[in-house]
Design a protein around this ligand. Sequence first.
Ligand code: 5GP
Ligand code: SF4
Ligand code: MG
Length: 465
Amino acid sequence: CGVFGVVGVTDAANFVALGLHALQHRGQEAGGIVAHDAEKGFNSAHRFGYVRDNFTKSSLMETLPGDLAIGHVRYSTAGSKAAVIRDIQPFFGEFSMGGAAVAHNGNLTNADALRRELIERGAIFQSSSDSECIIHLMARSIQRKHADRIADALRRVEGAFSIVAMTRTKLIGVRDPLGVRPLVMGRIGDNGYVLSSETCALDIIGAEFVREIDPGEMVVIQDGRIESSRPFGPSTGRFCIFEHVYFSRPDSIIGGRSVYETRRAIGVELAREAPVDADLVCPVPDSGTPAAIGFSQESGIPFALGITRNQYMGRTFIEPTEQIRNMGVRLKLNVNKSLIRGKRVILVDDSVVRGTTSRKIKDMILDAGAKEVHFRIASPPTAWPCFYGVDTPNRDKLLAAKMTEDEMRDWISVDSLKFISLGGLYRAVGEAEGRNNACPQYCDACFSGEYPITPSDQIEKGFEM
Ligand code: 5GP
Ligand code: SF4
Ligand code: MG
């Protein structure tokens, strides 16, 4: 998901709409905005579909006045996959000291247990979302300030959370102790501040990047002042390494480095680790493109756009059902036949999950007359599901959970298949010494199976680590 908030500008909701539009790659199912106006109070709108199709209409935006607003773009990982408007964030609650709204990116790993407990104690849940627990936990806190209630609530939850919240006067941001999902702060105008999942959404509204929110940090922004605290005590971050590979937008900056540059470096590393003689390096668009550029630069094999993507389709894997996902590949991608015919082609993609994409693309490339097909993958084999906010399927659907690299090559039926090593990926994201196995610098559970946060709901359902 993507979260965004702004305070200290007129018509804040319009800025939020633009920010969410820039974060649309993080969630395409639905979006919501809550705004606060001194006269008109809190107003909200929750809609299915793209931001641009909803939050551009003046008839809707006029209902969201005020100089403080937050928003969310949704991609369902927890909760119902069916389209239910009640699941769309931000969530709102009335408290004795006034209303507050919360938008959450990430996934809580003890939400099932918390929900059961809260329902037993009288909470009436409105949605199937794990994030709603936060509002109910806030309601049960005895603190007198919203921010303290949020901190109380977040000390009870486990999992990954980057939160943007608001009260009548405050914009609040929090990251979980490991800082699994991103959150950055920016400045706009004389007195305005912005919180956003990624820096690309600061650029769209002309905000200036200030800094990242630290893992385990809470910031409370009011009247142009920032108060920072550490509600969970000291912690060392373990950012999601897959944000670098796939999830974030290539023009965003993470840890002072452009995501594009990191992805290009992954391609360079991959070309060193798994070279192969061929005529063309083609990206699987769009997520494989920067890595393919790096691969081509390092290997000297010409880069070519052998596959064209229909720009009007969403990202395949973000489509919520398997059926739509399966159709998606052909609706979305097409091979440039005259370029591919008779060639030995290296295809670079960011990841292999179920393997369905790779298999279909291989068919398309062979139909176009390619002589050889070699897959190079910009992440290690995805052998474990993510429980922290990326929608990977159950373990039994993950190709790499069932097969060795050679078996995957035979199953996809290509001339060669190689994944970047975990160490190589760490070097590419800027860790010159590679992975510190005693104390890994990133979350890489989907590749290593080492879960930095115990997925307790999943374990209760029978998941074996
Ligand atoms: P597959 O067809 O192997 O299941 O999906 C691989 C494709 O989905 C890749 O091209 C990649 O861009 C995209 N993808 C990236 N991350 C994920 C993920 O976490 N889950 C799924 N299902 N697909 C992903
Ligand atoms: Fe990111 Fe993978 Fe960790 Fe999920 S399991 S947070 S996708 S590195
Ligand atoms: Mg892809």
